[in-house]
Design a protein around this ligand. Structure first.
Ligand SMILES: [Zn+2]
Length: 269
């Protein structure tokens, strides 16, 4: 997300908004203020809070908030560049450039909110501290607040902002911790290692994304079932947990144990 923010901040502030919309009915989450109130206003650039991108207007009266979820993609198109067929949301700028949100998924989950600064603050207040740079002390407090499986806790934006399921896989692998380990069972040394892994992995991701690397070049564990672990060479494994598929190395992370599927639907079958 940080790489997106850096790429977008200059182009979106170059010209005032000429036309806001159209927006897919499932994508636009607010109707007051109406989208058209953006027209004629200039954005100051792109900010980020966790996995959300914020585009405040220069006059300080409105904020466009975008949450891409898993499948949403934001693209800046220069005047004359071909636009995707069925965008979920479009902001057109004077001069013809466009900010386009697409979501290649049957179920639309990405969202766009047009908010007042107060509304944006209320929307963001429940977010935890930024994961990158959180540090071992604060991370320790977060981990010990309640006993939760590490993969679920790392993904919880209210606990820690900015880690999705892919990076939870990468981070736990680097920290040599089991995705199922309970957060309250970590030793101080584990917490230290996890804190270091959060910083090193998110920094690595940021650098690769800025160089334009795709998922395949970025992730070393995520979606690599059966491929050799880049540390020990053993085949990577996967397990379904809640609504996610977790990828891990049984040798590096779980002492050789294979994790069991804990989806409730499986238990009830
Ligand atoms: Zn390994």
């Amino acid at each position: 997300m940080e790489a997106w923010r850096r790429q977008l901040t200059d182009p979106v502030s170059a010209f005032p908004v000429a036309k806001a919309g159209p927006a897919h009915i499932a994508t636009l989450k607010t109707f007051d203020p109406p989208l058209a109130t953006l027209e004629g206003r200039r954005l100051t650039g792109a900010d980020r809070r966790g996995k959300r991108l914020l585009f405040p207007t220069e006059d300080g009266e409105l904020v466009v908030l975008v949450h891409l979820m898993t499948a949403g993609r934001l693209k800046f198109l220069h005047a004359g560049e071909k636009a995707p067929k069925a965008p979920a949301f479009v902001l057109e700028f004077q001069g013809g450039s466009k900010l386009v949100l697409t979501e290649n998924a049957r179920k639309k989950r990405a969202g766009v909110w047009l908010l007042t600064p107060e509304g944006a603050k209320a929307e963001l207040d429940h977010l935890g501290p930024e994961a990158l740079g959180v540090g071992a002390d604060e991370l320790g407090v977060i981990l010990r607040r309640e006993s939760r499986r590490l993969h679920a806790l790392l993904r919880d934006q209210r606990a820690l902002a900015g880690i999705g399921r892919a990076w939870a896989n990468e981070i736990l692998h680097t920290a040599k911790l089991s995705p199922y380990q309970l957060s309250t069972d970590l030793t101080d040394e584990d917490v230290e290692r996890l804190s270091d892994a959060i910083d090193s992995e998110l920094a690595r991701g940021l650098e690769l994304r800025e160089r334009g690397a795709d998922d395949a070049k970025t992730y070393r564990v995520h979606k690599r079932l059966g491929e050799p672990c880049h540390v020990c060479g053993m085949p990577l494994a996967q397990v379904d947990f809640e609504e996610h598929t977790i990828y891990y190395c049984p040798n590096c992370q779980t002492g050789g144990r294979v994790l069991k599927d804990r989806r409730l639907s499986r238990l009830l079958r």
